[in-house]
Design a binder for this molecule. Structure first.
Ligand code: FAD
Length: 321
């Protein structure tokens, strides 16, 4: 029997990213890659073959309209019991991490979350993963001795690579009993998102506690508009002052913009842990000793209340000329 590496995500783009990595590993080992699709309506999945899937397991049922980790984990546990894959790689979304931990606990499997790299060590015969530790200051390499291994990978860790058109096998699952969840969703409210999600922003302007008033964030919004970017903030601005809904950092959004500009952000390790994937980091801070300057590619030592309006004026001037 040929071993299979499975990937699962509630999001088709993330499924493509995971498949591309899984198929890179599978091809070295002559294993197969399979995507698992659990949904209320399943259409056009065969495109996943181009992202490296050899097989697609589908389970279509109206009860799967919403992701309920308890239910999805139960289905995956039953599928793992039946088809015995060598690993299941799940996207590190809120639901994905919930599902991964439930699977690992139920089947007593090794599980590593938030992996930034995944590989298979042929000599040791185990999956070998890397993840950042100590708020991004170090990278730990871990092996997972169980089979299957349960691994989660944050969105946009790997590139989705679309290859040539190719054929594969679609396995329709029908025999699995879907449990009734013990949790009932009583209300759902849409979260206010302006522009693209922070994780996808190419340009990010971020405000920290150097801002004295909420109204002053209007300047950041203007700069963001001129640069076609997004506004975000450090945790105290959001979690304590409630000036903005989301923050970047270890406990917030992990961002990878092409350009990050921080105004009045000190650069605490927890903040830096969420921005280290940025291509260029620019920091504006009036304290020359602020730790953010150590992480920055460009630094401006100055008062944000002078630098920010000056930047806006310069960009406005460039636009009108
Ligand atoms: C478990 C845990 C998780 C955390 N997760 C996160 C996280 O995800 N994201 C996050 O951001 N934080 C996080 N924190 C909080 C973090 O430790 C810092 O407290 C926070 O990042 C500081 O925010 P700040 O830089 O805006 O404020 P401060 O540290 O107070 O820095 C303000 C900076 O503004 C500068 N400044 C002041 N006035 C001006 C001015 N007029 N012009 C220019 N510069 C000026 C100051 O010199 C200073 O450097 C976490 C903390 C813990 C314990």
């Amino acid at each position: 029997m040929v071993e299979e590496i499975w990937v699962f995500s509630e999001d088709i783009d993330l499924t493509q990213e995971l498949l591309s990595k899984a198929s890179e590993i599978a091809s070295k080992l002559n294993y197969k890659t399979a995507a698992i699709i659990l949904a209320s309506s399943i259409e056009n999945v065969s495109e996943l073959f181009q992202y490296g899937a050899d097989k697609i397991y589908t389970l279509e049922d109206e009860r799967l309209e919403k992701i309920i980790p308890e239910v999805h984990a139960d289905i995956l546990v039953k599928m793992i019991d039946k088809y015995t894959p060598i690993a299941i790689i799940i996207s590190s979304t809120k639901n994905g991490k919930d599902i991964a931990s439930k699977i690992a606990a139920r089947l007593k499997l090794g599980c590593v979350t938030e992996c930034i790299d995944v590989d298979y060590d042929i000599n040791m015969n185990v999956f070998k993963v890397k993840k950042t530790v100590y708020a991004g200051k170090a990278i730990a390499t871990e092996i997972i001795k169980s089979k299957p291994a349960v691994i989660t990978v944050p969105p946009r860790t790997f590139e989705a690579i679309k290859g040539e058109k190719r054929e594969g096998e679609i396995v329709k699952i029908s025999e699995i009993e879907i449990i009734s969840p013990r949790i009932k969703i009583v209300e759902e409210r849409e979260k206010e998102i302006r522009g693209v999600p922070l994780e996808e922003a190419e340009i990010l302007v971020v405000g920290g506690r150097g801002f004295k008033r909420k109204e002053d964030f209007k300047m950041l919004e203007e700069l963001a508009e001129l640069l076609k970017g997004q506004v975000s903030c450090s945790r105290p601005i959001s979690a304590d002052l409630k000036w903005l809904p989301d923050w970047v950092g270890l406990s917030g959004h992990k961002v990878k913009p092409k350009l990050y500009i921080g105004f009045g952000v000190s650069g605490a390790v927890q903040h830096l842990a969420g921005i280290q994937g940025s291509k260029i980091i620019v920091a504006v801070n009036k304290d020359p000793e602020a730790p953010i300057f150590k992480a920055a590619d460009y630094g401006i030592v100055g008062d944000l209340y002078e630098v920010l309006p000056a930047l806006i004026r310069a960009l406005r001037g460039r636009k009108s000329s």
